[in-house]
Ligand binder design. Structure first.
Ligand SMILES: [Zn+2]
Ligand SMILES: [Zn+2]
Length: 170
């Protein structure tokens, strides 16, 4: 299942809707597992990599995914061409994922966008790569059109996800 762990306060309806979308997308249970506190010494903007390394252990089975949610900014990634904003980070085929809502103006009215970003990072944790379909949540999230899209996968990514989760269950 997908365990949503909050690093900051999120409204209950937001978490409920996010859980619903993740359940619908991945076909595994998704629920708010409670809050955790960010370890000392980390300041906004958080280093997303360091967060994933140092956040406390959460009760989870080995095939569970843990989605950490924050309202704080994540430090931009440094690229040879400049900086790219960080909206989330996942380890491919890993367990832990972090997603920020800092760039979303009114999260309660825009759960769709938070869910789209969460789908992308959880998708990476299930081994999915970026997708060329601009409507798909796995489309590169730094593109200007990304926030306009729906919280949904294209057929290819949906089938990949289903195959992946089936293989984990067997
Ligand atoms: Zn990505
Ligand atoms: Zn796709």
């Amino acid at each position: 299942m997908i365990r949503i762990v909050t690093l900051d306060e999120f409204d209950a309806p937001v978490l409920k809707e996010l859980s619903r979308v993740l359940y619908q997308t991945f076909g595994v249970g998704a629920e708010h597992a409670g809050p955790v506190t960010v370890p000392h010494g980390q300041q906004e903007p958080y280093d997303a990599n360091k967060l994933l390394d140092t956040l406390p252990q959460v009760h989870a089975f080995s095939d569970d995914k843990v989605l950490f949610l924050t309202t704080r900014k994540l430090a931009p990634r440094k690229l040879p061409s400049g900086e790219a904003p960080t909206t989330g980070l996942a380890r491919y085929d890993g367990q832990r994922v972090v997603v920020t809502a800092a760039h979303i103006k009114n999260v309660a009215e825009n759960v769709r966008l938070l869910a789209r970003h969460a789908m992308q990072e959880v998708g990476h944790a299930y081994g999915l790569h970026h997708c060329l379909d601009p409507r798909c949540a796995m489309y590169p999230q730094w593109t200007p059109s990304y926030p306009l899209g729906d919280a949904s996968f294209c057929t290819f990514c949906r089938e990949q996800t289903e195959a992946k989760i089936r293989s984990m269950k067997s």
